[in-house]
Design a protein around this ligand. Structure first.
Ligand code: S3P
Length: 186
């Protein structure tokens, strides 16, 4: 038996899509939100990797970023037309105007906003993200904050993430979606 907030959010007839920069916790929190709501969880990067039979890093290296963005656009368009689920999008997905418009129209978009220190800390030591291998990760993430935060801000639900237990962030996210859906959408 779920609590009333969880029950209301589970009944929203839209996919919940997480957007935000690399390391903000889209997949980590998205998976937990999906479990709490009893929904399928999808990660757009994992879906692209499955379709391409290559890792994200290999796709960037062998096919180039534009090919990755094409795949990302197609994968998200397909997932968004399926049953309401929870979707963690890659950090650049919401930057693409077509994908952003699709997500804003058909999903409930949640921006997990994090500060630079947290993003640097959370992405450190990983070699799976090609954009962060091109130079100093702090510099690159700082530049991406400048470029992308005004776009992520178009998401109707914004939740600040910090170094706290995942259960707490998950509860704050579900609460913020509930508040948005009750007051903003009618
Ligand atoms: C990217 C973010 C990555 C992945 C790719 C490009 C970006 O996803 O899609 O490396 O442009 O910010 P995560 O945000 O899940 O790390």
């Amino acid at each position: 038996m779920s609590d009333p907030v969880t029950a209301r959010v589970a009944a929203i007839p839209r996919t919940i899509a997480f957007v935000g920069l690399m390391g903000c916790g889209k997949s980590h929190i998205g998976r937990r939100v999906a479990a709490q709501l009893g929904r399928e969880f999808y990660d757009s990067d994992a879906e692209i990797e499955r379709a391409a039979g290559r890792t994200v890093r290999e796709i960037f290296a062998e096919l180039g970023e534009p090919a990755f963005r094409d795949g990302e656009r197609r994968v998200i368009a397909r997932l968004i037309d399926g049953a309401p689920a929870v979707l963690a999008t890659g950090g650049g997905a919401f930057v693409d105007p077509t994908t952003r418009a699709t997500l804003l129209e058909k999903a409930v978009c949640v921006w997990l906003r994090a500060d630079l220190d947290l993003l640097v800390y959370r992405t450190a030591g990983r070699t799976t993200r090609p954009l962060l291998l091109a130079g100093d990760p702090r510099q690159i993430l700082g530049d991406l904050i400048e470029k992308r935060y005004p776009l992520y801000a178009e998401a109707p639900v914004v939740v600040d993430t910090r170094n706290e237990a995942s259960e707490i962030t998950t509860a704050r996210v579900v609460g913020a979606i509930d508040a948005y859906w009750q007051t903003e959408v009618r």
